[in-house]
Design a protein around this ligand. Structure first.
Ligand code: AQP
Length: 332
């Protein structure tokens, strides 16, 4: 049976890229297949997180899931650390994955930068824990943004090597699902870098909790070139900032970049940016309001996560036990 798994790290507040590249698509898959969505707190601590902020960001991601339309009666919503099988299978996969495979991960290279000797061992092993997250549910589909595609491909390699080494057909070979106009939302100040929760300046990103005036100001100040919008989408080639704003518009409005260009062909930024800001406020503020309401009752969010964790364990624990049997780890 097809099953969807995906997750978001509570390494800060949610940003527009997380919403368009992940959450909005999670909502679209709900009801069509069995859906399991996680707040991956164990991934967040691969870089330093203040404990109180980690707990609050975990609730914020959960609130974002709920406010955007994920329904805990239709999807399993939980946080990773409450299901210990993730860490346990992650260890087994650390023993399956090869150092050479990890060395090819571009996200590690980007995050570690020149500092690779000083980052945590967890940051390096992150993709093998992510493989465990996915394979613990025998997930067949993983909706992710472009930046995570390489990690899902590594998950396939880990599954294939495990199956081969232990002469089993146990773990499925998972598909990354990355179609849509919003698989890579870029930073508003630099169209060659992706929008991130942890980017240096707040002006680079739209946070899901930003107020209407802040959203308008950030789009107004967003970097662009001086040319007006082109007559066709081909005219966006080589114009990363323009491309990004058109993609954001298209994704928010559930349409295509072609349709956006058809409407705004030849428009200047003085016309397009306010229209984009209005659209973003119209789409995002109901979600922000609902997130704020949910965040007022942390005990209720914790209850949703506890219930989801119990349901996640029902799927994950038998798969972990079977893995232990296959590997030859004694259970008595
Ligand atoms: N800019 C983006 N455009 C489209 N999709 C994005 N995603 C993240 N940024 C963009 C998608 O959101 C999901 C959750 O990502 P994550 O929280 O697990 O990690 P990340 O990709 O590292 O996200 P951030 O916001 O950049 O966090 P930090 O700054 O802490 O590293 C994934 O599906 C991701 O593709």
């Amino acid at each position: 049976t097809p099953r969807v798994f995906s997750g978001i790290k509570p390494s800060g507040g949610l940003q527009l890229g997380n919403y368009l590249g992940a959450i909005k698509r999670f909502v679209g898959m709900q009801g069509e297949m069995e859906t399991v969505y996680c707040v991956v707190d164990l991934h967040a601590i691969t870089v330093w997180q203040d404990p109180a902020e980690l707990a609050s960001a975990t609730r914020e991601v959960a609130a974002g899931y709920l406010a955007a339309g994920l329904d805990p009666t239709k999807s399993i919503l939980f946080n990773q650390s409450q299901v210990s099988a993730h860490a346990e299978l992650g260890w087994i996969f650390n023993c399956v994955a090869r150092v050479g495979w990890m060395n090819r991960m571009t996200q590690f290279k980007d995050k570690a930068g020149a500092n690779a000797e000083k980052v945590s061992l967890g940051l390096y092993a992150y993709p093998s824990l992510m493989a465990a997250d996915i394979l613990l549910y025998h997930a067949t589909h993983v909706p992710v943004g472009e930046d995570q595609k390489q990690h899902v491909e590594l998950t396939r390699d880990i599954a294939a090597k495990f199956n081969h080494d232990y002469k089993q057909d146990f773990f499925p070979i998972t598909e990354p699902v990355t179609e849509g106009p919003a698989t890579r939302i870029m930073n508003l100040r630099d169209g060659t870098k992706k929008m991130s929760k942890s980017g240096e300046s707040d002006m680079e990103r739209i946070n899901m909790t930003d107020k209407a005036e802040v959203i308008a100001k950030k789009f107004k100040k967003a970097k662009t070139d001086p040319e007006p919008l082109p007559e066709t989408v081909e005219g966006l080639a080589g114009r990363p900032e323009a491309r990004n704003l058109v993609d954001i518009y298209a994704a928010l409005n559930d349409t295509t970049p072609e349709a956006v260009i058809a409407e705004y062909a030849g428009a200047g930024w003085g016309r397009f940016k306010p229209a984009l800001a209005d659209l973003a406020v119209a789409k995002l503020s109901p979600i922000a309001d609902e997130m704020a309401r949910l965040m007022d009752d942390p005990a209720e969010i914790d209850r949703v996560l506890a219930d989801g964790s119990a349901r996640a364990r029902e799927i994950a624990n038998p798969i972990l036990q079977k893995t232990y049997d296959i590997v030859g780890l004694l259970r008595s």
